[in-house]
Design a protein. Sequence first.
Length: 126
Amino acid sequence: MKGTGLKRSFACALAGIAYVFQRERNMKIHGVAAIMAVGLGLFLRVTRWEWGLLLITIFIVLVAETINSAIEKAVDLQTESYHPLAEAAKDLAAGAVLLTAIMAVIMAFLIFGPYLLNLLSFAGGG
Ligand SMILES: Nc1ncnc2c1ncn2[C@@H]1O[C@H](COP(=O)(O)OP(=O)(O)OP(=O)(O)O)[C@@H](O)[C@H]1O
């Protein structure tokens, strides 16, 4: 991308975000999960603090996947043949994403669980 200065930096960053959402299948999956979590949050009317935790969790997952994609590209640029360090670099980056995804699932249970249990007991007449 040509040009200099702050405007260019911002344009490059936006291009990176567009790239990862358009080209990386896993980012699309994370995006759909994030939209569903926001939808559930709106439906269940979670509190301001819970929104904060939800948004932190969503952004951590998206950031991890974006960094993972950047590491994959950098590794592929360096070598197209098998290398144990290339394997380790990609596995580590993928592991980081998995850790954030596990955190997101736990956070979803903690935040939405009580609301959903309430709804169920209400629907069951309890
Ligand atoms: N150059 C390489 N040398 C050794 N192992 C590699 C190499 N490239 C990929 N791998 C192995 O294959 C796995 C998948 O790598 P790949 O580049 O296909 O990522 P990906 O499937 O596109 O990942 P994602 O699903 O996160 O987009 C890596 O985690 C690593 O174990």
